[in-house]
Design a protein around this ligand. Structure first.
Ligand code: 2P0
Length: 333
């Protein structure tokens, strides 16, 4: 058990209190990106970040105690993953944080309604759903902040998937990471829409973890990233509060482009975009030149997420008929 876990679970039950437990967590999309760690074992970031959760799009995870197994069993979207796969190893190492030597192995069954590993933060909602399910299984009754800290140990961005709506992940200052967690912004924006433009629902070639490390170590521009993020975060939070969509969209889009620019200047460069990504970006900029308020963000994959308002839904759909539209605050607008 690492230090963070033992501090948070002090006085809590060490034996599962049920045979299985289940929980859901929403996917989240960063509007101001997390890109770079100050501690890679604890997933402590170099900067704060800000996301929007995707409501009903996310992961549902059931964890069950296995009786006589010799390893964990991981089932993702009805398919059992090979024991030696990197995802199963990562998940087992995460579960090791919580089990005593005497503990048995687990079956982790996750159903995700978003494309896995397509740069759509599916590991984030997976780890958030898993820690919520573990909390139920062991009857720890941890608060959201503690769950956010523990989710972060699985995957950094998972700490933002504990809430709906806008979530800021405060980077924190402490070495043990107990002050590095998400918290929700108390702002609703029912008119906001997110469009998933999925070209390639395929696993990404380079993991975010490796790409971040490579960028931090080799991009000559990384040193200005923390300054960029600080400014973008402030602008975004002001725009969200004021429901100033154009500032919101343009700052989020520029933040994503700056993150990808960092990667392109790494040695050797990392490029997550494909020709389809670039073609869609040009279509979005053309729409904007014609007066349509539509923006995009892009994560560690080729797909884009469009940002627009409910009033423009029909026009955006004309330009992008393949779009899957999400209302992160519900369909009320
Ligand atoms: C984000 N991404 O803020 C950024 C933007 C992708 C691009 O967080 O190494 O799976 O597990 O902490 O959280 C994806 O990275 O990385 C991510 P780890 P994670 O959403």
């Amino acid at each position: 058990m690492n230090n963070t876990v033992s501090k948070l679970l002090l006085g809590k039950k060490r034996e599962p209190q049920a045979l299985s437990a289940e929980s859901f967590a929403p996917a989240n999309i960063a509007l101001c990106k997390y890109w770079g760690k100050r501690d890679s074992a604890l997933n402590l970031p170099l900067t704060s970040s800000l996301s929007i959760s995707l409501g009903e799009k996310g992961a549902n995870t059931r964890i069950s105690v296995l009786d006589s197994a010799e390893s964990d069993v991981v089932i993702l979207n009805q398919e059992r993953l090979a024991e030696e796969s990197s995802f199963v190893k990562k998940l087992s190492a995460y579960l090791d944080l919580f089990r005593d030597v005497s503990d048995r192995f687990f079956q982790v069954e996750t159903t995700s309604n978003i494309p896995v590993a397509a740069g759509l933060a599916s590991s984030a909602c997976g780890f958030a759903a898993l820690i919520k399910a573990l909390d139920k299984l062991y009857a720890w009754e941890l608060d959201q902040k503690a769950l956010s800290i523990l989710a972060r140990l699985g995957s950094g961005s998972a700490c933002r998937s504990l809430w709906n709506g806008f979530v800021e992940w405060d980077r924190g200052q402490c070495m043990d990471g107990l002050d590095s967690h998400g918290y929700p912004l108390e702002v609703q924006w029912p008119e906001l829409r997110i469009g998933l433009l999925i070209f390639e629902p395929l696993p990404k070639k380079i993991s975010s973890r490796m790409a971040m490390e490579h960028t931090v170590q080799t991009s000559p521009f990384y040193k200005i990233w923390p300054i960029v993020v600080e400014e973008d975060l402030l602008k975004l939070k002001r725009a969200i509060k004021a429901h100033d969509f154009e500032t919101f969209g343009s700052v989020a889009e520029a933040n994503a482009l700056k993150m990808h620019a960092l990667m392109m200047t790494a040695k050797t460069p990392i490029v997550y975009g494909s020709p389809k990504t670039l073609e869609a970006q040009h279509r979005i900029w053309d729409c904007r030149h014609q007066g349509l308020a539509v923006y995009f963000t892009q994560d560690a994959g080729p797909n884009l997420k469009l940002l627009f308002l409910a009033k423009d839904l029909d026009t955006v759909k004309q330009g992008f008929p393949e779009l899957e539209v999400i209302a992160p605050f519900g369909e009320s607008a």
